[in-house]
Design a protein around this ligand. Sequence first.
Ligand code: ZN
Length: 247
Amino acid sequence: MPIPDGRWEWVMKEHRILRSLSSEEGLRLRNLATVFLAEKRFHPVGGIELDDDFRVSVAAQACLPVLNLGIDWYRSWKTVIVTGDAYGITRTETDEAGVVHEYQDELGGELLGLGPVVLSKADVEASGWGDGYNVPIHEAAHVIDGADGSFDGCPALPRDIDPEEWRSVFTAAYEKMRSEKRGGIKRVRGGRGARVRIDPYAAFSADEFFAVCVEYFFEKPVVLRGDFPEVYALLVRFFRQDPYGRL
Ligand SMILES: [Zn+2]
């Protein structure tokens, strides 16, 4: 089923992060989104309803990272479960003294093992504004990271990227993020220009650091490039696109 012209034009205009794509890139994104919609099933839960605008919005944003890599990266991703709003979970964290702390957090999305991706409708609607928060891209980054079988913040790399270089750049940046974190590392929801610095949730773990960096790479490249220029440069080489250069 092709995406109707009017709906695609709406998606490209509504999502600020897509506006800077060239017409050729927009056409390729549309083709990827069409395949995405044909291959993945959407399961709304909790009695919510999804319309075609919503499905195309998710598909277009999720396909942006693989614009120059191909949809094969999402081979294991078959299902998109959609909840109405963010949902609560209990996290535990061990501090430097070995004391375990329990706290409540909210999730706007999550990747369940190597299978379905859960997205909250409200959080999808808070994505794409160019403020750094993007749940479809965040979860897509986890899918890309885990495509080699391990969620460690290091996806299967192309030949021209040295895994040692990747590890040392990302480890140094992650350690810096952890050492500078103040207060909690709960996820901070965005929404129209809400955030100017990298979400402290990036300090949660190496795989979350990667996913949050990918969100900023596409949503607010000026922040990632400013805070972690070497991470930004590696992501340009990995994704074969330069969102900052498009601005
Ligand atoms: Zn995550």
